[in-house]
Design a protein around this ligand. Structure first.
Ligand SMILES: NC(=O)c1ccc[n+]([C@@H]2O[C@H](COP(=O)([O-])OP(=O)(O)OC[C@H]3O[C@@H](n4cnc5c(N)ncnc54)[C@H](OP(=O)(O)O)[C@@H]3O)[C@@H](O)[C@H]2O)c1
Length: 332
């Protein structure tokens, strides 16, 4: 009946008009909902890990500027002192190594005293480590350990320890994954750890939403920070190469390492974005929006390249990487 009336009124394009109106209303509704923000940020506590440098450091300064009670965890005393110097009186620092359970316990006890019965509005698991990155065959099992310890075990241990405080505030867990947690583009512990952070966050969200806790995943593309710094990446590639047996080295050929490094340079110099605010804006939205998103992709390379690639068949990524990466001399 309704369809017939619409058909009578609008003619044969009725379905098109109705669909277009529905889509426009849905987009407007989504944008409106996405723009709603929380109140009383000056009474909310946010704990951020890995604040010595990079995204964590910038996020703390921005949250501090917005009036949040920022609890900034730094790995080093120098990092903590430098951050204190450029921030307001409401930002407090604490030393934290996310790979050490004792250090996590101490940071949690300190936080519990700071937040009192308000609980913790947000925990941002940002601390990360990326090296070594390189061909999987070049790695020893120990080469995976540090990255997995910081990026995966650290995120899990921090979340488990701090979750009761977040639950008290009906707050948010914000986990920093990566586009390399969507597309496995290089060997080493990094991609593995970030895929695992995605899975851990999805499981946690599905379990904890009953208590009003939101879990958000930030997926940055490539940005210019210590994690993407070329010197340490190249130093580690040389170390990996030097630990290979002469037979394995011969299978790649003596030009392979230089070619591999040149491609890393080309990619990092070409793709890395200097504007870290693209990532911290997503982190801020996850902490200030009334309805935070489940996933945030930060950076043009994430939105236009990596995330679309992640939905494609594996053979598309296989072929793409085969075209970009050098070929071992004894490949078949
Ligand atoms: N940059 C990118 O392109 C990119 C892309 C996707 C995702 N990410 C992720 O974003 C997060 C922040 O990285 P970033 O790019 O801002 O690099 P960053 O400047 O190196 O930040 C990482 C921070 O984690 C700290 N950290 C390292 N090991 C730690 C440990 N065991 N315990 C506590 N803190 C530790 C580092 O301290 P020190 O400085 O003292 O070593 C540093 O402050 C990481 O999770 C990273 O994987 C980065």
């Amino acid at each position: 009946m309704i369809t017939e009336c619409l058909y009578g009124l609008l003619g044969e394009n009725a379905l098109l008009y109705v669909s277009a109106t529905f889509v426009v209303l849905w987009i407007v509704g989504w944008l409106y909902r996405d723009s709603l923000v929380i109140e009383n940020v000056t009474e909310k506590y946010v704990f951020v890990t890995g604040c010595d440098s990079g995204f964590g450091n910038l996020l703390c300064r921005k949250l501090d500027g917005k009036g949040f009670r920022v609890l900034a965890a730094c790995l080093t005393e120098k990092g903590a002192d430098d951050l204190k110097r450029v921030s307001g009186p409401h930002l407090k620092t604490v030393l934290l190594n996310v790979t050490c359970l004792d250090s996590i316990q101490k940071a949690m006890e300190w936080t519990k005293k700071e937040v009192g019965d308000k609980g913790l509005w947000g925990i941002v698991n940002n601390a990360g480590y990326s090296l070594p990155m390189g061909p999987t065959e070049w790695m020893k099992v120990e080469d995976f350990h540090k990255t997995l310890n910081v990026n995966l075990n650290g995120v899990i241990a921090m979340t488990v320890a701090f979750l009761p405080l977040v639950k008290l505030a009906r707050g948010r867990v914000v986990n920093i994954a990566s586009v390399l947690g969507r597309v496995a583009a290089n060997g080493g512990g990094y991609c593995i750890s970030k895929f695992a952070v995605e899975a851990f966050s999805d499981c946690l969200r599905r379990d904890i939403h009953y208590f009003g806790v939101n879990v958000c995943i930030i997926e940055p593309g490539f940005f210019k920070t210590a994690v993407t710094s070329l010197d340490p990446i190249e130093k580690e590639l040389h170390r990996l190469w030097n630990q290979l047996s002469p037979e394995v080295q011969a299978s790649y050929g003596d030009k392979y390492l230089d070619k591999y490094i040149n491609i890393q340079r080309f990619i990092m110099n070409g793709i890395c974005d200097k504007d870290l605010a693209k990532v911290t804006n997503c982190m801020e939205h996850s902490l200030t929006a009334a309805y935070p998103r489940t996933r945030y992709s930060a950076g043009w390379d994430a939105k236009l390249l990596w995330i679309p690639l992640s939905y494609m068949p594996a053979c598309v990524v296989d072929i793409g990487l085969k075209l970009v990466m050098p070929r071992p001399s004894k490949s078949v």
